[in-house]
Design a protein around this ligand. Structure first.
Ligand SMILES: N[C@@H](CCC(=O)N[C@@H](CS)C(=O)NCC(=O)O)C(=O)O
Length: 219
């Protein structure tokens, strides 16, 4: 059987969600870099695989899938259906899904609202409102983590991996967890317990540094 292929760009937070899922499931993978800064996602070969031209995308023996969190869910379901990374109990799984949707629909778009205009539209400043939106999300996350080791309880799940990819990105833009003790504790736990924490961090650093050099403002 052909090996799993991940089309990946390290600075991209969604792409790192898929990478973290692969690494924490300890799967064999061939990583093919798609350099978004060089617009490689628009090549005819990649468009044939993913007409939405985004990373991450996987090729699982001819089956093509994109959307980072859908990829993480699919990989657990196909490779390790009993893994606590995505519990099968409906209520427990629903909480993981809630956190995944929180990341997809609230946290990550607020990071993108800062990064995209800097990277692609020549924006030099961060509006206070955008900074406040990040802090509002952090406050919600403090609450999610209250009395919990990980975002969904005692076990690391794909929700932690998804949120880690986002949080590391905004940290490298300049946000601090200083006023968020639960998140600070969780991030330290990730640094010891999440496989490929460093690999994710290196990508987040590339992303954050690029955004920071384009901004006159500090976070
Ligand atoms: N919701 C998607 C977002 C994917 C996405 O927007 N990827 C960006 C990089 S962060 C991309 O590939 N952009 C290139 C393009 O759309 O042409 C996911 O979670 O996978």
């Amino acid at each position: 059987m052909a090996p799993l292929i991940l089309y990946h760009f390290p600075p991209s937070a969604p792409s790192r969600v898929a990478l973290l899922a692969i690494r924490n499931l300890e799967l064999d993978v061939e990583v093919k870099e798609v350099n978004l800064f060089q617009k490689e996602q628009l090549s005819p070969e990649f468009l044939r695989i993913n007409p939405q031209h985004c990373v991450p995308t996987i090729d699982d023996n001819g089956f093509h899938l994109w959307e980072s969190r859908a990829i993480a869910q699919y990989l657990v379901e196909t490779r390790a259906p009993n893994s606590t990374l995505y519990p099968s109990n409906p209520a427990e799984r629903a909480v993981v899904n809630q956190r995944l949707y929180f990341d997809a629909g609230t946290l990550y778009p607020r990071i993108r609202a800062i990064a995209y205009p800097a990277l692609f539209l020549g924006e030099k400043n961060i509006a206070d409102e955008k900074r406040n939106h990040i802090h509002d999300a952090f406050l919600l996350m403090e609450n999610f983590l209250e009395g919990r080791k990980w975002f969904c309880g005692d076990n690391m799940t794909i929700a932690d991996l998804s949120i880690l990819a986002s949080v590391s990105s905004i940290i490298h833009i300049g946000a601090s967890l200083h006023n968020y003790p639960n998140m600070k504790r969780w991030y330290e736990l990730c640094s010891t317990d999440v496989k490929a924490f460093k690999e994710n961090d290196e990508g987040a650093k590339l992303f954050g540094e690029r955004v920071r050099t384009l901004l006159d403002d500090k976070f």
